[in-house]
Ligand binder design. Structure first.
Ligand SMILES: *[C@@H]1O[C@H](CO)[C@@H](O)[C@H](O)[C@H]1NC(C)=O
Ligand SMILES: *[C@@H]1O[C@H](CO)[C@@H](O)[C@H](O)[C@H]1NC(C)=O
Ligand SMILES: *[C@@H]1O[C@H](CO)[C@@H](O)[C@H](O)[C@H]1NC(C)=O
Ligand SMILES: *[C@@H]1O[C@H](CO)[C@@H](O)[C@H](O)[C@H]1NC(C)=O
Ligand SMILES: *[C@@H]1O[C@H](CO)[C@@H](O)[C@H](O)[C@H]1NC(C)=O
Ligand SMILES: *[C@@H]1O[C@H](CO)[C@@H](O)[C@H](O)[C@H]1NC(C)=O
Ligand SMILES: *[C@@H]1O[C@H](CO)[C@@H](O)[C@H](O)[C@H]1NC(C)=O
Ligand SMILES: *[C@@H]1O[C@H](CO)[C@@H](O)[C@H](O)[C@H]1NC(C)=O
Ligand SMILES: CC(=O)N[C@H]1CO[C@H](CO)[C@@H](O)[C@@H]1O
Length: 542
């Protein structure tokens, strides 16, 4: 089987690229699991490194028990509910995202009906807090874990205490909501919430991680109703807000049968609420596919008076692709405070301005940090706007808009940063004169894609290309790779070489760039070997 190569045209995202199959190689764990219709009092599970300990639903679709916090992490466990049969064991509920437990931790349904999680040292970490009589527990086929009394009435259910995901047949009443996780691989409480308000309004809003303070919503249904409920309807597979007399559909209504697809809707760590489906019978995985999302464009829609915006302070947000992938970037000569936690924002690579150093401005198109201007100059031409900022040691960035001849001066920290063709203005970022940052910026964009080989070649139409082969050791999953390619493809920047496509076969990944003879390619791809081939694409097929 030859590799699958995709060329992107004119910055459009290749539709084929979106259909890449998500393959996740699951480590082989010993299994300590049981299918049980009923979990009786005095039952327990114990977390063990290298084992899955769980109670399965009768269908085997869902598991309740201990998940390693990270796939490769044997030291920390979550008490969770997850899709048991999907390749990626997607977690839909978690009791202790903020307080993972260690091997030896136990979840106990005690003789008195209390459901508790104890860490390895016996400390209670979590409790379902029921004070009515419970006689058994059950992991149901719909993903709901329940505690029930002898007459079968439900006394506690995970569906009433959602994490970041809602499942078919789950209903969130007034006052309930979802909270995103912190990062894709970190289940701590994250930066966004969805709330079913008592006034009938369904809203998405950012929250402060430390205090939980709620910033202004970035999306709302603007509906009023007395008993509003967020419904994931099992029979139609659709998500809507049910009001007194009407249903408000804010995600696509198209239905996918429960027989053929798993369903979920998740408030993802990037603040986007996405509806997903997963084909049950796909031969080689299939993966989760987005079939709808809100808000339309979080980079653009999220603008808060206080707080950093969709990305961290001093960074900017780019979203794109049919599935609205979101990523954060640093301006030239700024770096992420923590590259593994981009939400923490960026800091300048240089010392603070002291009104004496030599500075220059770097131009970035379609970039804006709205709201945080301390000075607005108009009418003014671009040259004077730049000089005004250079001569003002409070000024970290000047934003210029041709239409209106407006110039805004901004100081640090910058907030609500976004880049996109809708931002009809240019940013001039002030950096020290002698800074050599071009290289660094490219390095940041491709940090997760480790190149091992660079090939030069030519397409059939004569266009010269550079092909970067990525290390097989890259820990990045296909989904991340796909997202990264889509994001890089969307970017246009004078320091960036445009990406034309990618090739994927099994674990082999290659990126195809336009070749710029006068750009020092070997320099930006970290001085690896260069092999000149006349037809790189042909070579790829052997
Ligand atoms: C459990 O009891 C406490 C007081 O002891 C009460 O505040 C709480 O509402 C009760 N919870 C349930 C689910 O009945
Ligand atoms: C997740 O983030 C929290 C909060 O910053 C941190 O304490 C925890 O160690 C992180 N977990 C992992 C697996 O990185
Ligand atoms: C809700 O109202 C806000 C403020 O009036 C508006 O910006 C937003 O577009 C409205 N949302 C919808 C879904 O109509
Ligand atoms: C819903 O919430 C949004 C955001 O707070 C607000 O702008 C809007 O006016 C609210 N709509 C209604 C009908 O209350
Ligand atoms: C809510 O209920 C009250 C009293 O039952 C009623 O007067 C009001 O019209 C209802 N509001 C809406 C938006 O249906
Ligand atoms: C789901 O949709 C069906 C058909 O429209 C409807 O009869 C049913 O009441 C809905 N379920 C819920 C929980 O609203
Ligand atoms: C969100 O962004 C979309 C465009 O991406 C725009 O049409 C919509 O009006 C925005 N909504 C709000 C509330 O700003
Ligand atoms: C590359 O540089 C050479 C020599 O400096 C020049 O003649 C040529 O026009 C340049 N090519 C491009 C595409 O800029
Ligand atoms: C709207 C849209 O483009 N959705 C795409 C999201 O990604 C999946 C593949 O992961 C595509 O199949 C969808 O068409």
């Amino acid at each position: 089987m030859g590799p699958s190569c995709y060329l992107l045209h004119h910055h459009l995202l290749c539709p084929l690229l979106l259909q890449i199959i998500l393959l996740i190689i699951s480590p082989t764990y010993a299994q300590t699991i049981s299918h049980r219709r009923i979990i009786s009092l005095d039952s327990s599970l114990t977390a063990r490194t290298g084992q899955t300990t769980a109670w399965l639903s009768p269908s085997g679709d869902f598991a309740f028990g201990f998940r390693p916090q990270l796939e490769a992490d044997g030291a920390h466990f979550l008490l969770a509910i997850w899709f048991y049969k999907t390749d990626s064991k997607t977690v839909v509920w978690c009791a202790n995202g903020n307080t993972p437990v260690q091997p030896g931790a136990t979840v106990l349904l005690a003789a008195d009906g209390q459901l508790s999680l104890y860490d390895h040292d016996g400390q209670e970490v979590w409790n379902a807090e029921v004070n009515v009589t419970v006689t058994y527990a059950a992991m149901l086929n719909n993903g709901n874990f329940i505690l029930a009394s002898s007459d079968g009435s439900v006394r506690w259910q995970s569906f009433d205490h959602p994490s970041d995901t809602i499942l078919p047949s789950q209903v969130l009443g007034v006052g309930k909501g979802l909270r995103s996780r912190l990062m894709d691989t970190n289940y701590s409480s994250g930066r966004f919430k969805l709330g079913v308000q008592s006034d009938g309004n369904l809203t998405l809003y950012p929250v402060n991680i430390v205090t939980g303070y709620e910033y202004d919503p970035y999306w709302a249904t603007n509906t009023t109703g007395n008993g509003s409920r967020l419904v994931f309807n099992e029979s139609t597979g659709t998500v809507y807000l049910a009001l007194d007399n009407s249903n408000i559909y804010f995600l696509p209504q198209r239905t996918y049968s429960a027989k053929d697809f798993y369903h979920r809707a998740t408030l993802d760590f990037d603040g986007v609420l996405r509806r997903y489906i997963y084909p049950k019978n796909a031969k080689s995985g299939g993966g989760w596919t987005t079939v709808g999302f809100q808000p339309p464009d979080i980079c653009r829609n999220l603008t808060t008076k206080t707080g950093s915006g969709a990305c961290g302070f001093n960074s900017y947000c780019i979203s794109g692709g049919g599935n609205q992938s979101v990523d954060c970037f640093c301006p030239p000569d700024y770096s992420f405070q923590d590259p593994n936690r981009k939400y923490k924002g960026c800091a300048p690579n240089f010392a603070a301005q002291n009104c004496k150093g030599k500075f220059t401005l770097r131009e970035m198109n379609n970039l804006d940090w709205p709201l945080s201007a301390y000075e607005h100059l108009s009418p003014i031409d671009e040259g004077r706007c730049k000089r005004e900022c250079l001569g003002d040691c409070n000024c970290a960035v000047a934003i210029y808009q041709d239409d209106g001849q407006s110039c805004w001066k901004k100081r640090l920290p910058l907030s609500n940063g976004r880049m996109g063709d809708y931002a009809d203005r240019r940013a001039f970022v002030k950096v020290p004169k002698d800074s050599r940052n071009d290289k660094k910026e490219i390095v940041m964009l491709t940090t997760t894609l480790v190149p091992i080989l660079l090939l030069l070649g030519r397409l059939d139409d004569g266009q010269e290309i550079a092909v970067k082969r990525l290390s097989k050791d890259s820990v990045q999953g296909l989904k991340e790779f796909k997202n990264e390619v889509m994001l890089i493809a969307k970017l246009q920047h004078k320091n960036l070489v445009r990406i034309l496509g990618c090739c994927i076969q099994a674990e082999e990944r290659m990126l195809i760039y336009e070749y710029m003879p006068n750009k020092s390619l070997d320099a930006f791809i970290f001085g690896t070997h260069i092999i000149v081939l006349s037809y790189a694409l042909l070579a790829l097929q052997s």
